[in-house]
Design a protein around this ligand. Structure first.
Ligand code: ADP
Ligand code: MG
Length: 395
């Protein structure tokens, strides 16, 4: 790959600008050599969505658009970098909310055109693993990863950079989603995970035991546990005390955490790994952090990124983008649209037809003028682009 245009004499694209807008955090970061965070500016939309009890996609997308220009300025300033210093732009291309992803990718495309800087679309889930590389600069694959977020509970093997194999995942709710729903049942509001974590610290799981989900193999399921909590609360009825709620929070947390770690333990017994990474928003959980250390023990080195790198942030996207320049398309998956130029017809059809299921994205996808399509493709073309937004992207 050609050297970046900003830094004379460097043969890799060293200074990466990351942009993350997949859900309800707007973030811009500057990362050097994929390992050193020069700036990581994060704006959380929690206040915006609080009154609705969850993320409202349309509001989220509009807020990303309003915030990005200022966050970009702050991120560059804190990094002591100018636009011409940036060698690579990396923006989250999925999975996430379609409207939100389009804002980040659209801004990234604009910057790429204005600065003549290559642009790369990054898989958000890869970002969660690469967050660990920022936390521990000597961390290298092969590794076993547990990515636990609001939308995913995935056990993945990473044999080398840019290669991921999912070996376990949830059949229904993600762990973060389960925490959020349990928190709502306990009257803790939004965002639920951190609130449930705090309440659980004052409870005793043994006083309100709940079942630990257990599926064969490396699969997870949290819907039965959620129902068990619902029925327990119904049985307690109006007599439920604040202590009962704290005990239930502790019990729910214990069941989720032990279930997550039981499969991690099984995966480690199946196959040795020198490194284990636990990351994603739920990796901020107090009990998960403590128990993961005990369960992994001396079998592998465990890396859990610090809290600000566990939840959504652009530094991890920049890191994943940086390392993507050294990887070939992953085996076993058609990743052609990631790193090379797919046929023109495919690009056009992916951009402008098939709105994501369940969302009315028609305003985003209906026929722009042909000239605009072609210029967008040209601008982000070459070895790196174009970036395609894909809300349903897997690993
Ligand atoms: P996504 O990428 O799916 O939006 P994030 O990686 O931002 O998810 O993580 C957000 C999820 O993490 C939410 O479901 C939130 O409740 C959960 N979470 C955050 N902190 C904690 C915590 N301390 N304990 C449990 N869950 C948490
Ligand atoms: Mg996330």
């Amino acid at each position: 790959m050609a050297a970046g245009q900003g830094r004379v004499g460097r043969d890799t694209l060293a200074l990466t600008l990351g942009i993350e807008t997949s859900c309800d955090e707007t973030s811009v970061a500057v990362v050097e050599d994929g390992r050193r965070v020069l700036s990581n500016v994060i704006h959380s939309q929690v206040e915006l969505h609080k009154e609705f009890g969850g993320v409202v996609p349309e509001l989220a997308a509009r807020d990303h658009l309003e915030r990005l220009p200022h966050l970009l300025e702050v991120a560059l300033e804190r990094a002591g970098a100018k636009p011409q210093d940036i060698d690579l732009i990396a923006a989250t291309r999925g999975p996430g909310l379609a409207g939100c992803l389009l804002v980040g990718v659209g801004v990234a495309e604009g910057l790429s055109a204005a600065w003549s800087t290559p642009l790369l679309g990054v898989n958000h889930l890869w970002g969660h693993i690469y967050a660990a590389m920022l936390a521990r600069p000597d961390l290298e694959p092969p590794l076993l990863g547990l990515v636990v977020s609001g939308a995913h509970s995935d056990l993945v093997r990473m044999p080398e950079h840019g290669h991921f194999q999912v070996i376990g995942r949830t059949r229904d709710d993600a762990a973060g989603e389960a925490f959020d729903k349990a928190a709502r049942m306990l009257g803790l509001g939004y965002p639920g995970g951190p609130a449930l974590d705090r309440l659980a610290r004052t409870g005793d799981a043994r006083r309100q035991p709940l079942p630990k989900p257990s599926l064969p193999g490396l699969e997870y399921s949290f819907s039965g546990l959620k129902t068990a909590l619902l029925y327990r609360l119904r049985d307690l009825g109006a007599a439920v005390t604040e202590q009962d709620k704290a005990d239930l929070a502790a019990s729910f947390e214990r069941s989720v955490v032990e279930s997550l770690l039981e499969k991690l333990d099984a995966a480690l017994r199946d196959h040795p790994y020198p490194e284990v990474v636990v990351s994603g928003g739920v990796a901020a959980n107090t009990l998960l952090r403590k128990r993961a250390t005990e369960v992994v023990g001396t079998r592998a080195r465990l890396t859990m990124p610090p809290l600000e790198l566990c939840t959504d942030n652009a530094a991890m996207i920049a890191a994943a983008g940086y390392f993507s320049q050294f990887t070939s398309p992953p085996r076993g998956e058609d990743e052609s649209s990631y790193f090379t130029s797919p046929p023109r017809e495919e690009v056009e059809s992916r951009y402008f037809t098939s709105p994501p299921h369940g969302e009315d994205e028609s305003s985003y996808f209906t026929s722009p003028p042909r000239g605009e399509v072609e210029s967008r493709l040209r601008l982000s073309g070459g070895a790196v682009g174009p970036v395609l937004v894909d809300p349903s992207l897997g690993w």
